[in-house]
Design a protein around this ligand. Structure first.
Ligand code: NDP
Length: 239
């Protein structure tokens, strides 16, 4: 039997790219979204549509999903993974960075969710998977706005789960600790980057995007009547 469509945001690098590879290897057609279309296409996965979409652009996200569904049928899972982490001390950080994190990590997730949810409710099945963070459960210095976005992801996920449980739609939150990706590279403070790198060294190195992809696929592959509500995973030595 043909496997259903999976939509993954922020699939051009890191966790999103590894997740795309894992779901493709499991036989799913994919819609991959990000701004760097060249990186999406370089994954070179079968039965995959790659579309250049900024997740803050609600209309573009809706159009991309409609086009993919015309080709592959209903979206069975949306993986809201696109995110940015711009660390900074609150008294020094450029406010545009706070705005960008809330726009992508919070508004982008809501945009994607609203694009797929009505059809999932109507057919009484489907899964929303939100990539949050350990920084959505506890705080760290220099993370105020980023933690704000990830605490919001946890809160919105739990609220949504309550809202759609009776429609048989699952909502799963994946909360990784430090993962080796490009995420840290967009922070502008060299001092914060150096501190973060030595923190990762202190735990014997961060975990990998494949670790997250494996956990996400495991949660998704459970029967529709079983919802793994949350997975928190981090390097064993991460505090
Ligand atoms: P990467 O920087 O490697 O990946 C981020 C992805 O998000 C890229 O594909 C990027 O694509 C995409 N993205 C960023 N802004 C936008 C946008 N406006 N529209 C569409 N896509 C966008 O980092 P990770 O893989 O680490 O991050 C993935 C998720 O995992 C994030 O939500 C992050 O917060 C979360 N996470 C990461 C952890 C870590 O330690 N790495 C720990 C916990 C959670 P492009 O630039 O091409 O648009």
């Amino acid at each position: 039997m043909n496997k259903p469509l999976i939509v993954i945001t922020g699939a051009s690098s890191g966790i999103g790219a590894a997740t795309a590879q894992a779901f493709s290897a499991a036989g799913h057609p994919l819609l991959l979204l990000a701004r760097r279309i060249d990186k999406l296409e370089a994954l070179d996965l079968p039965n995959t549509l790659c579309t250049q979409v900024d997740v803050t652009d609600r209309a573009a996200m809706n159009t991309a999903i409609q086009q993919a569904e015309a080709q592959y049928g209903a979206t069975d899972a949306l993986i809201n993974n696109a995110g940015v982490m711009l660390l900074g001390q609150l008294d020094q950080q450029e406010p545009g960075e706070w705005q960008r994190m809330f726009d992508v990590n919070v508004m982008g997730l809501l945009n994607g969710t609203q694009a797929v949810l009505p059809a999932m409710k109507a057919r009484r099945g489907g899964t929303i998977i939100n990539i949050s963070s350990v920084a959505g459960r506890k705080t760290f210095p220099g993370h105020a706005a980023y933690c704000g976005t990830k605490f919001a992801v946890h809160a919105m996920s739990e609220n949504l789960r309550e809202e759609v449980a009776d429609d048989n739609v699952r909502v799963i939150t994946i909360a990784p600790g430090a993962v080796e990706t490009e995420l840290l590279s967009h922070t502008t403070s060299d001092e914060i980057i150096e501190g973060y790198e030595s923190w990762k060294e202190s735990m014997g190195g961060a975990i990998t995007p494949d670790d997250i992809a494996r956990a996400t696929l495991f949660a998704y592959q459970q029967p529709q009547n079983l919802c793994i509500r949350e997975i928190v995973l981090a390097a064993t030595r991460q505090q």
